[in-house]
Design a protein around this ligand. Structure first.
Ligand SMILES: C[S@@+](CC[C@H](N)C(=O)[O-])C[C@H]1O[C@@H](n2cnc3c(N)ncnc32)[C@H](O)[C@@H]1O
Length: 337
């Protein structure tokens, strides 16, 4: 009996000590702290789909390109991509290969610039291209270039906003929809992806080559990176994408990620981004004031996804077994798949 009384008396004391220890652990989490420092919050917390607030509207982007296209062409030529090879055909050949552009495929060049890539792809890969730009100045220049190249049968140029792809093109029109350093201008990337989904044929390819916010191992570096990102966004009317946000939205819509990789250009072919400096010198746009403090703030990636052939209502996981399904349930010949 005495023993029982002692236990009953001791209980509140033990509970008090435990509560105190728990509270202390929150303020001073012992060994846990090291792990937290090594992996800042945004890397350990699961991504929930929030994208950074967009800074620039399509109207801003349109005015920017209407004003600066001539200067871009003066520095970049007809391919307005910063991550590039010195011999630009090497980059374009690489992109044909990466996207898997095949003769007579119907493709959408979303954010086509003045048409350097589209003209090359039509000539080299024999694809049929719908080209869309937000800038009417670019559309006029591109149309002239298409006519000069004798490619009016292969390339249709149009002015329009890629946030409304499903209002511009009929559903399930394209084998491939690609964005070459154009996606990052989007103020509502999830909407752009949803539109791309609608205009792609089942089995079609979505390809995005762009710059994405770098994620740093320390908070101090991340702050510097984010400062540079703010400057690039302001200078180029960009809304540099968050990689995880884009992946999240693409997958939520139903796209299957085929690969995500750095643009594999051999170092000796790579232009080293000096072209961006030349543009900055010429225009004053995005000029870097302090190279000593400068941190390169982005990674260039190519993201390739496909729109599954099957109806998503019938099950999300079927793409793993899609071939088996067609062979076993639909009695298709494996060679047809
Ligand atoms: C850096 S340039 C890239 C041009 C082209 N892809 C190339 O490789 O030469 C970005 C392009 O995206 C286009 N763009 C940006 N926002 C757009 C929008 N909302 N709708 C359509 N095009 C857009 C611009 O008009 C411009 O042509």
């Amino acid at each position: 009996m005495k023993k029982l009384i002692r236990i009953v008396w001791a209980f509140p004391f033990v509970a008090l000590v435990a509560a105190f220890a728990l509270a202390l652990r929150r303020v001073w989490p012992f060994g846990k702290q090291q792990v937290k420092d090594a992996f800042p919050n945004d890397r350990v917390e699961p991504y929930v789909g929030k994208l950074p607030d967009a800074l620039h509207t399509s109207e801003d982007v349109k005015n920017f390109y209407n004003r600066y296209t001539d200067k871009f062409v003066q520095v970049y030529g007809k391919v307005i991509q910063a991550f590039r090879t010195t011999d630009i055909t090497k980059l374009l050949d690489y992109q044909i290969e990466s996207m898997g552009l095949a003769a007579s495929a119907t493709v959408l060049d979303a954010g086509c610039g003045v048409g350097g890539p589209a003209i090359y792809f039509a000539q080299k890969a024999g694809v049929q291209i719908s080209a869309l730009t937000i800038s009417d100045v670019q559309a006029v220049q591109m149309q002239e270039a298409v006519e000069q190249a004798g490619l009016t049968h292969a390339i249709q140029v149009q002015t329009g906003d890629y946030h409304y792809l499903d209002q511009i093109y009929p559903p399930e029109t394209f084998d491939t929809v690609f964005f070459l350093e154009s996606f990052g201008h989007a103020h509502h990337p999830a909407k752009v992806l949803a539109g791309a989904w609608k205009v792609l044929k089942p089995g079609g390819i979505l390809y995005i080559k762009d710059l994405f916010r770098k994620i740093a191992p320390t908070a101090v570096l991340q702050e510097k990176i984010d400062l540079e990102i703010t400057k690039i966004n302001a200078a180029y009317r960009y809304n540099i994408s968050d990689l995880y946000g884009i992946l999240h939205h693409a997958r939520k819509i139903g796209f299957v990620v085929m690969n995500l990789k750095t643009v594999d250009i051999p170092l000796q072919d790579f232009e080293n981004l000096t072209i961006s400096n030349d543009f900055q010198e010429l225009t004053g746009v995005g000029k870097i004031d302090n190279w000593a403090e400068y941190v390169f703030p982005v990674d260039f990636f190519e993201l390739k996804c496909y729109k599954p052939l099957h109806n998503l209502d019938k099950g999300l996981d079927r793409y793993f077994l899609q071939n088996l399904f067609h062979i076993q349930v639909n009695n298709r010949n494996p060679n047809e798949l």
